[in-house]
Design a binder for this molecule. Structure first.
Ligand code: CU
Length: 266
C-alpha cells in the first residue's frame, strides 16, 4: 500500500471513531438554552475541606437564575428551567432539584474527594462554566469492608408493569417496573461499574443520542416505582415510556436491556 493511501484510510477511520467516542463521553457540544449563562448554583455546606465521618454527605445547595424542575427532565429545554447534577470525583452521581442533595460514600476510599455541583438543562446538558466544587476529606468512623459485589444469577431483565400500553396518562403518573437478574443500587451511582449492579433510567421516546442517551432521561432510580410527569409533554401527544437498565456509570447495559410502552398525554 502506498504511504499516502494508508494515511487516507487512517483519516477516514479516525473521524467517525472520534465522533462516536465524543458522543459516548458526552463531549459533543450540546445546545445551550438562552439564559443558560445565568443558571447558577452555590453550596453553603459542608465547607470546603470539611472532614466527613458518616457514610453519606449532604450538600446544602441554592440555585439562582432558573427554576429547579425535575418534572421537566428529559423533555424539551425551556429557558429558565433545569435542575442540577452532582459529581463525585468528576463522575456523575445523580440529578437533583432539591436544596439538600445527599451522596453516599459507600465504597469510597478514605481521603480527599471532590464534589461538584453543576446546573443542567432539561436535556441534562451541563452549564459547565457555572459549576462549583468543594473538597471533602472522608475519614469514616466505621469503615465497612467493601460488600461483596456479586452479580445475581440469571439474565438481567426489566419490564414495565404500569402504565399499560396505550394508556392515557396525566400530570404525575407512576411508572412501575419489575427487574430480574440485576441488583438495583442507588448508593453506587457514579462509582466504578460492577457486573450485575446498577439502576434504571426512565426515558421518553428514545434512549439514543449524546451523553449515553441521557438527553431524554426523565429520572434514574433504584426503586420499583418512579413518579413520572407529563409536565413537559404536549397534551394529546403520544410518547414511548422507556425503562432501561444502566450500570453505575449511567451507561445503558450492553446489549441493551429495556422495555417500553406507548402512552398518550391527556
Ligand atoms: Cu443513571
Amino acid at each position: 500500500m502506498q504511504p499516502h493511501k494508508s494515511l487516507l484510510v487512517l483519516a477516514a477511520l479516525a473521524l467517525p471513531t472520534a465522533r462516536v467516542l465524543a458522543q459516548q463521553h458526552g463531549e459533543m457540544a450540546m445546545e445551550m438554552q438562552p439564559g443558560a449563562d445565568r443558571m447558577k448554583v452555590t453550596v453553603s455546606s459542608p465547607a470546603d475541606g470539611s472532614t466527613i465521618t458518616g457514610d453519606r454527605v449532604t450538600l446544602q445547595v441554592a440555585t439562582a437564575g432558573y427554576k429547579n424542575r425535575c418534572d421537566l427532565a428529559g423533555t424539551p429545554n425551556q429557558p429558565g428551567t433545569g435542575h442540577f447534577h452532582m459529581l463525585l470525583d468528576k463522575s456523575l452521581v445523580n440529578m437533583y432539584c432539591t436544596d439538600r442533595a445527599a451522596v453516599s460514600l459507600e465504597r469510597v476510599k478514605p481521603g480527599r474527594h471532590t464534589l461538584t455541583v453543576v446546573p443542567a438543562q432539561n436535556d441534562h446538558a451541563e452549564v459547565e462554566k457555572n459549576a462549583t466544587s468543594l473538597t471533602i476529606d472522608y475519614q469514616p468512623t466505621h469503615p465497612h469492608a467493601a460488600p461483596k459485589a456479586t452479580a445475581p444469577a440469571g439474565m438481567p431483565s426489566i419490564k414495565i408493569l404500569s402504565p399499560k400500553p396505550g394508556e392515557t396518562v396525566s400530570r404525575s403518573f407512576p411508572v412501575q417496573i419489575a427487574v430480574q437478574g440485576f441488583t438495583l443500587t442507588c448508593d453506587e451511582m457514579g462509582k466504578p461499574d460492577a457486573p450485575g449492579r446498577g439502576h434504571w433510567h426512565l426515558n421518553f421516546d428514545t434512549m439514543k443520542g449524546p451523553m449515553m442517551g441521557m438527553m431524554t432521561m426523565a429520572a434514574m432510580s433504584c426503586e420499583r416505582t418512579v413518579q413520572a410527569s407529563t409536565a413537559g409533554l404536549k397534551p394529546g401527544s403520544t410518547h414511548k415510556v422507556i425503562a432501561l437498565l444502566a450500570d453505575n456509570t449511567h451507561a445503558p447495559l450492553m446489549p441493551v436491556v429495556a422495555d417500553s410502552v406507548a402512552v398518550t398525554v391527556k
